[in-house]
Design a binder for this molecule. Structure first.
Ligand SMILES: [Zn+2]
Ligand SMILES: [Zn+2]
Length: 212
């Protein structure tokens, strides 16, 4: 199948499977960043809380300057760490995973499994449902093992993803093993997303200037 056709087919399937409006509530707990300062290279992950039905999901509990500040942001939404039901790793880099143990009761989801206590439950993340309004999508490109978390809200679809570090891209991801694969994932995300919550920057509304 030519790429464009494959992409349209994937987009149509996403449209059928993922509700364009839903009941999820999305709260960014930390806007991620990547910058140099006098102390060295500073890297913070965008950390997001998504609440829907019985699920309280933390996406990318990675590097933060202060764990206390992260937990305070969580408490600001009336969620304590023990009530977090699920953690999602967008991919396996430590800057997005190192603080997972802050949430002792959470199942952890990545591209190929769910980890629950000492249970390793193999499954493909593509199409996984965490709640009626929270779904996972396989979106390789920054690494070979990226997933995006798709939240259907009253204001449209929010996608937490490392397919962009921030609104400006970078257009060519310096870590990407295959930029074409990343471009296909970006196209698929853009076909459904109202708002993108990128790996290392504030959320943004995608537009014509968004790197493809
Ligand atoms: Zn990474
Ligand atoms: Zn990152």
């Amino acid at each position: 199948m030519p790429d464009q056709q494959a992409q349209n087919a994937a987009g149509a399937q996403d449209g059928a499977r993922i509700p364009s409006a839903g009941t999820a509530l999305v709260h960014v707990l930390q806007d991620g960043y990547a910058r140099e300062d006098a102390g060295g290279d500073r890297v913070g992950s965008t950390v997001t809380l998504i609440v829907d039905a019985n699920a309280a999901v933390v996406v990318d509990p990675g590097m933060v300057s202060s764990r206390a500040a992260l937990l305070a942001a969580l408490a600001g939404h009336d969620i304590d760490p023990g009530s977090v039901t699920d953690v999602v790793f967008s991919h396996h880099h430590p800057d997005h995973t190192v603080n997972a143990a802050l949430f002792p009761n959470a199942r952890i989801h990545d591209f190929w499994a769910v980890y629950d206590g000492d249970l390793w439950i193999s499954r493909d993340a593509e199409g996984a449902e965490l709640s009626p309004s929270i779904h996972l999508m396989a979106t390789p490109g920054h690494t070979d093992q990226d997933i995006s978390t798709v939240a259907s809200t009253a204001d449209g679809i929010y996608v937490c993803t490392h397919a962009w570090w921030g609104a400006d891209g970078p257009a060519d991801d310096p870590f990407s093993p295959d930029q074409d694969v990343l471009s296909r994932s970006r196209a698929r995300i853009l076909s459904i997303a109202s708002v993108i919550i990128p790996g290392h920057g504030p959320s943004f509304v995608p537009g014509p200037e968004t790197p493809r």
